[in-house]
Design a protein around this ligand. Sequence first.
Ligand code: BG6
Length: 484
Amino acid sequence: MSDKVKTLLLFGATGDLSHRMLLPSLYGLHADGLLPDDLNILGTARSDLDEAAFRASAVEALAEHVPADFYQAETGQKFVERLSYVALDASQGDHFDRLAAKIDADAGLAIFLSTAPTLFEPIITGLSRVGLTGDTVRLALEKPLGSDLASSREINDAVAAAFPEARTFRIDHYLGKETVQNLLALRFANSTFEPLWNASHIDHVQISVAETVGLEGRAGYYDGAGALRDMVQNHMLQLLALVAMEPPADFDGTAVRDEKVKVLRSLRPIKASDVAAQVVTGQYGNGAVGGEPVKSYADELGKSSTTETFVALKAHVDNWRWAGVPFYLRTGKRLPERKTEIFIQFKCVPHSMFAKRGAKTKANKLIISIQPEENIRLLVMAKTPGLDRDGIRLREVPLDVGLANAFADHRRRIAYERLLLDLIEGDPTLFVRRDEVEAQWQWIDGVRAAWEEAGLSPSNYGAGSWGPSAAIALTERDGVHWHD
Ligand code: BG6
């Protein structure tokens, strides 16, 4: 399917995601002339707004969330002329008739659900009843898609009853990030790295997603979820799959996702007896981030909780390419800085001809910084200048590609710009297929079951630190340091 649609229907159109990400992304696409000229954007939510009020709230959201140097009030006004609004309560079947009256689904319809997952089923039922699920309609879904394999299957079954997989677009916004896609370019558009991208040459991989934010008013969702389900199950396992997958034959939805799912299915289950050595969880206490005092998780929440706001894991991909290579994953809230990074530690040279002259050789490292900086840095050994009378000195020096500089003439886009445009145009490559989501949940359910059996509970860490000290011990036992 690669037909453009005539209508984009946003459920949850007055919500936070819509204001912070979706409307600003659509504005960006509009401003760059990338949206089809005749695309209508129809918002829907429970709020009883008329069209003028919805447009006014959209203008406010744009003024607040689009970078000031890109936002132009006149373009904003033109953009909101595409917007219309229908108030809808998904539990009221007859409200869907109002939607149907506004949409010509035969001309192509893309639906984006950014609502609580409990509403997915009634929405899909309502859409089916009024004929908005036919062959010309595709559906995008935001996370969380369930809280374990069983509940994710329930959601997927409800979706599949109306939308076949080819018309279902599951969002993982990390896949819309430019540097994440650049990982694919780095691996598969260069001949330098791929021959070394395996257990013979790579010692270990680290994937870190550090955040400075805390609960951000999402207690209702987050406290039931925790870091493992909120970040590892989706974003981090997708990053791991992109790092570890075999070269796909084409950059298309089938080839790329076929390779990712093989990796996800090769993740070695973590058993209760592995938990002590392979899993650390934490919950932030009082502390300071960026010089500002911050409250503990329990204080923010207003009660005590056993939810983890930090998790560190040692994972293995049990296949030929990655035999014996640990993948260390770490994510947490209220860490000292916001940083998402993939760190590849290569092995040392097998023999150093400089050793007898006193030189120490360090192994090469490749650091792919995803945010906030978008950088690819390879650390290589170089000789320190001099006549070497006291021996040879080698030093690590970076070969740096600052993507912001290399592509200074390109605007930095929100991840959702890419995903919304792909949805409108019907390209599923950067969306997550059902088998991937289920393989992710299967592994995560195993980890949770193991830590419950092992009686693991989150250790306290000070807000503004890099997590519990046990997370440091997790890698140090293997002689590995986290790349902070
Ligand atoms: C979301 C999580 O999926 O990703 C949030 O629910 C998290 O808890 C967010 O803060 C991080 O996204 P980004 O793009 O800021 O790294």
